[in-house]
Design a protein around this ligand. Structure first.
Ligand SMILES: Cc1cc2nc3c(=O)[nH]c(=O)nc-3n(C[C@H](O)[C@H](O)[C@H](O)COP(=O)(O)O)c2cc1C
Length: 306
């Protein structure tokens, strides 16, 4: 088919334009420039940075990654150079790559989150993804994402300091009532929601007779979590039909991505699959386009069956 009459994969969320719905997930794509010699990074719809904190973080001690038969467990713990270094050194390199830039903002206190948001609001990032769902840190992180009151307590002040950038909140699948947490974030003024972050999980080294990770538990990602993440996206779409949802969790091929888009996700993020096969996201973009041609879709927004 002639490219000019091909399907339009572009879309916009809260005023940010994406050339296609495939975004590199936080923590799995560095700051983008690390991948330029491996894949054609400019083809991606967006790049989400590793979790950024106000001050530099060394990350967790001990084992950080552990493979399971259908997934990956991680306990990285926000290793990052801090926002100042990110803004000065990484962001200029990331900005010129082409895809929309999403900064994943993490923190241990409301003050750390709001101060970080203030710095990002004055920067050239396109959007902020508020990470209230990391299961691998002792203070902050997921503890803000488990209950609606806690989510509101950080999303509201962060929203208040943002006068230029849209806010997407990244939800935890470990929340006992995900809908209630999502509602609190929407009430706080979130422009979009992304889900899921990793599932709190455990592995034991039977020879050392102790947990594999120093923090005991770690976050499970990869194909094992995909059907659960998809069900969560479906349920959120049901309750909040007008809020853009970015689906994440075990997406490894275009068929997986299409499931999320059909379930009502506006876009998808790919994480662990990039470690296995770095060209996964590029292939997914091609696969979505082929599917749209096969079934006569003109624009990406038409895909949703919801
Ligand atoms: C090694 C690793 C590091 C991660 N770091 C972050 C992070 O800093 N911030 C965040 O919000 N999510 C982080 N995540 C979660 C991913 O962005 C994604 O939500 C999750 O892995 C599910 O997607 P996947 O199954 O495609 O990997 C990390 C995941 C992995 C595997």
């Amino acid at each position: 088919m002639n490219k000019i009459s091909g399907p339009d994969l572009s879309f916009a969320v809260a005023g940010v334009n994406f050339k296609n719905p495939v975004i590199a997930a936080s923590g799995t794509f560095g700051y983008g420039s690390e991948y330029t010699s491996i894949i054609d990074v400019k083809k991606l719809g967006g790049i989400c940075t590793k979790g950024l904190t106000l001050m530099p973080r060394a990350g967790n001690n001990g084992m950080r990654l552990h493979e399971t038969p259908a997934g990956l467990m991680n306990s990285i713990g926000w290793e990052n150079p801090g926002l100042e270094v990110f803004l000065e050194k990484e962001l200029p390199r990331l900005r010129i790559l082409g895809p929309a830039v999403i900064a994943n903002l993490s923190g241990s206190s409301i003050e750390e989150y709001t101060e970080g948001a203030r710095l990002l609001d004055a920067s050239s990032v396109d959007m902020i993804e508020l990470n209230i769902s990391c299961p691998n840190v002792k203070a902050g992180g997921m503890s803000f994402g488990l209950e609606p009151e806690a989510a509101l307590s950080v999303a509201e002040p962060v929203r208040r300091v943002l006068s230029h950038k849209p806010l997407m909140v990244k939800l935890s699948p470990n929340a006992p009532d995900l809908i209630a947490v999502a509602r609190a974030c929407i009430n706080a003024g979130a422009d979009a929601l992304s889900l899921v972050n990793t599932f709190k999980a455990l592995a034991i080294d039977i020879h050392k007779r102790k947990p594999v990770f120093d923090n005991i538990s770690a976050g499970l990602s990869g194909p094992a979590i995909r059907p659960i993440a998809l069900r969560m996206v479906w349920e959120l779409r049901e309750v909040f039909p007008s809020v853009p949802i970015v689906g994440v969790g075990g997406i490894s091929a275009s068929v997986d991505a299409l499931e999320f888009l059909l379930a009502g996700a506006a876009a998808i993020q790919v994480g662990s699959a990039t470690f296995v096969h770095p060209a996964t996201m590029i292939e997914i973009i091609g696969g979505i386009e082929e599917y749209m041609i096969q079934y006569g879709y003109h624009s990406i927004g038409e895909l949703s069956i919801r």
